[in-house]
Design a protein around this ligand. Structure first.
Ligand SMILES: Cc1cc2nc3c(=O)[nH]c(=O)nc-3n(C[C@H](O)[C@H](O)[C@H](O)COP(=O)(O)OP(=O)(O)OC[C@H]3O[C@@H](n4cnc5c(N)ncnc54)[C@H](O)[C@@H]3O)c2cc1C
Length: 454
């Protein structure tokens, strides 16, 4: 039996990693068990990276944690060496029929979110044309306080910082059962038993199985264009979207690396269904297509599955003896809520008797080869050799990704953006796989049986 630990976290997604990091930096002994080969291979790899402000239903746990999380983000991410890009969101009317909705919604949003520290203003058609000449829109509500962040960068920095603070990681290990007693928790897993005083079930789409609940997963498809289409997050204003409130309806989202995402869409699905169907893409093209003049090249589509709960809200609750905190239904805006959600879990564990010290700060991350190259610095030898010309990824970047924990081709791609440019890896993927083969003696796409070479 491994342990005893103070806390065992099931799931190395963004949520489990945030909790492990916050616990470990306060002196708790923490183990994280993850069924995939690497951190961040679950829901956290397929989202849009928006740090939200608006979230319905108002007053719900997810809406409140989004507000708190949003306000904590800059400081929290800066401690990890990550800088979110703050930008406004525009709820736009693209037809005269939608203009009354702008006027109707504006005072309501201003009253609710203005009181909570977010600036809400009206934007006329002329102002809109000046700020966003690439959009076809007649007027908008501007919501300040949104941001986009690179979801992979944040997830991997959380992993590195949690490890640096002493958290232990067990990959390719699946938790099968969480058993609690007065003394603590025994976790039965595919690699034997673990013992801990407390446990956190942060198993994303599969958290329901460990908590005895039942999720209602919903697919979300996104498409990616190779250029920035707007300087703001843009979403068409829609009454039906507001009434339905099952999703925020997606938007036109600039990414931190110069692309634009449309989406996510919304459709029924099961936990493993991350296929992109033609009807998903058509729905996005028809929703956003007429809003943008110059679109650029459509690079690809990808899908994520929302771990939506029947309550349509985040569910954070104790097991009967309060030794386990279950997190179920952490769908969007889970990425936004991370700093606040992690602290809420810590409070719950403290109320059950866990004592924690003052938080330590992680070491700032080492400058990466790509940062040196982007700053015009010379990188000598093999390390400076460019593997992926579209995204300017060098051999040094791949080596650093591996030093930081990548053991698969996906792990390298997510950390470096290799293969994510216009050619979609046609030229670089083989070279990167050959480098991994040379260094590791084997290459898988994402662990398990996804062999590429050995
Ligand atoms: C399409 C889409 C778009 C989104 N866009 C946004 C956005 O723009 N902004 C925002 O704030 N939020 C967004 N979200 C929500 C956000 O992605 C999630 O809230 C967040 O990633 C959830 O993280 P997690 O750690 O709970 O889940 P996961 O990342 O899935 O992590 C759970 C981990 O647990 C592991 N696991 C599962 N079962 C077991 C087990 N039995 N034993 C061991 N390990 C196990 C899994 O392999 C996984 O790695 C979006 C979600 C989707 C689907």
């Amino acid at each position: 039996m491994r342990g005893p630990y103070d806390v065992l976290v099931v799931g190395a997604g963004a949520v489990g990693l945030s909790i492990a990091y916050e616990l470990a930096r306060r002196g708790a002994s923490v183990a994280v068990i993850e069924k995939e080969a690497e951190a961040g291979f679950g829901v956290s790899k397929g989202h849009a990276g928006v740090i939200h402000v608006l979230q319905l239903p108002l007053g719900s746990l997810k809406s409140r944690l989004a507000i708190y999380g949003n306000k904590m983000y800059d400081k929290w991410a800066a401690e990890l060496g990550v800088k979110p890009w703050r930008l406004p969101a525009l709820l736009v009317a693209s037809s005269p029929l939608q203009l009354p909705l702008v006027l109707l919604l504006y005072p309501f949003l201003r009253a609710y979110y203005g009181r909570r520290g977010f600036a809400i203003s009206l934007v006329s058609g002329r102002e809109l044309r000046e700020r966003e000449p690439n959009l076809n829109a007649l007027g908008a509500i501007r919501v300040d306080g949104y941001a986009v962040a690179d979801p992979f960068e944040l997830t991997y920095r959380l992993y590195e910082a949690a490890k640096e603070m002493g958290a232990e990681f067990y990959f390719n290990v699946e938790a099968e059962l969480l058993e609690e007693s007065e003394e603590g928790v025994k976790v039965k897993s595919s690699a034997g038993a673990f013992s801990s005083r407390y446990a956190v079930n942060a198993a994303g789409l599969y958290s329901d199985l460990l908590a005895g609940e039942r999720l209602k997963p919903k697919r979300g498809v996104m498409v990616v264009f190779d250029r920035l289409q707007a300087k703001s997050i843009v979403a068409p204003i829609s009454l039906s979207q507001l009434v339905r409130a099952e999703t925020k309806g997606g938007g036109i989202i600039p990414t931190a690396w110069g692309h634009t995402i449309w989406g996510p869409g919304f459709s029924e699905g099961d936990k493993e269904d991350t296929a992109v169907y033609p009807q998903d893409v058509m729905a996005l093209l028809s929703r956003f297509g007429s809003l943008v003049r110059r679109k650029g090249r459509l690079l690809k589509g990808y899908a994520g599955v929302r771990p939506a709960s029947p309550a349509r809200d985040f569910m954070m609750f104790y097991s009967p003896r309060k030794r386990i905190v279950h997190l179920v239904g952490i769908e969007s805006p889970g990425f936004t809520a991370l700093p606040a959600l992690a602290l809420m879990v810590l409070k719950m564990l403290q109320r059950s008797g866990l004592s924690l010290g003052a938080p330590r700060l992680p070491r700032p991350p080492k400058p990466l080869t790509r940062e040196l190259l982007a700053a015009g610095k010379e990188v000598r030898g093999e390390k400076g050799k460019i593997l992926c010309h579209c995204m300017r990824v060098s051999v040094g970047d791949v080596l650093e990704a591996m030093e930081r924990g990548a053991s698969t081709l996906d792990g390298v791609m997510f950390r470096t953006k290799l293969g994510m440019g216009p050619c979609q890896g046609q030229h670089c993927m083989g070279r990167a796989a050959a480098l991994l083969l040379k260094l590791r003696g084997e290459v898988t796409k994402s662990g398990g049986n996804s062999w590429i070479a050995r």
